[in-house]
Ligand binder design. Structure first.
Ligand code: FMN
Length: 241
């Protein structure tokens, strides 16, 4: 089976592809994932959107760092990196645009945060609620070792201050782009993760992108079904000094 080759070929646009296509607006999936009201919410500090190091210094200095020191970071820093990755940077009448581009402004990527070592924040698995810039506590506890094991034993996931786990809500993009949606979802994730990596450098932290993991194990950790929503990528962030 050559799934990858088939996917690349079958998801190509040709001049005939788009003819006669129309959108079922009444079936457009919601843009935001909602969790039950009874779950604990954590209000994040308003992110500081100014200053930081010059972009070209960040580009020069970003490296994948894997040797995290098990030391804490502040909630303020977590707030800034979440905003840099997925926060809203422009609200208009019909759209809430984010820091990273997204095909059709559909934003199919959801952000989860495994907190290992952040000041004034319980360890656990959180979901980042973009429009409110809050975290929803999905489950409390130490999940770093479990996540490291799910990522082929990459211990940096246990030692990082936090790990952002990116998932895809497939239908949110597929509703419009059909099979080509998969290309766009992965591109979206790349933009998001790079924003997080550059923000980390700007704040004096290291980061590493993680694509190697046992999908269903990570899906279980963030409590998603692996079909309608599935984990696609991770970014580990922490101090390396
Ligand atoms: C899609 C993707 C998946 C990656 N997966 C892993 C991973 O699972 N583990 C790891 O240690 N590094 C991973 N990396 C980091 C790469 O190894 C790293 O980016 C590459 O060696 C280049 O080094 P640099 O990031 O320091 O420039 C991944 C990078 C990308 C873009």
């Amino acid at each position: 089976m050559n799934y990858g080759d088939d996917f690349q070929r079958l998801s190509k646009y040709g001049r005939e592809t788009l003819k006669g296509r129309s959108l079922a607006w009444d079936q457009k999936p919601p843009l935001y994932k909602a969790y039950p009201a009874e779950l604990e919410r954590v209000e994040l500090d308003k992110p500081d959107r100014s200053g930081g190091k010059p972009l070209f210094d960040l580009l020069q200095n970003r490296r994948s760092e894997r040797d995290f020191k098990f030391t804490s970071i502040s909630r303020k820093i977590l707030s800034q990196i979440l905003w840099a990755a997925q926060g809203i940077s422009l609200a208009t009448k019909h759209h809430q645009f984010r820091t990273a581009p997204s095909a059709g402004a559909l934003y199919p990527v959801e952000t989860y945060c495994l907190v290992n070592n952040v000041e004034d924040l319980k360890n656990g698995i959180y979901h980042y609620t973009v429009p409110y810039h809050t975290l929803v506590l999905i489950k409390e506890g130490n999940f770093g070792t479990e996540l490291a094991q799910a990522a082929l034993g990459q211990s940096m996931l246990r030692d990082a201050a936090f790990v952002m786990v990116w998932s895809a809500m497939i239908e949110r993009s597929k509703w419009k782009y059909e099979q080509r949606a998969y290309r766009y979802i992965y591109m979206d994730a790349g933009h998001i993760a790079q924003n997080a990596a550059l923000a980390a450098v700007s704040l004096g932290l290291g980061s590493c992108q993680i694509g190697a993991f046992f999908d269903e194990e990570v899906n279980n950790i963030i409590e998603v079904d692996g079909e309608q929503e599935t984990a696609i990528y991770m970014t580990a962030i922490g101090k390396t000094w």
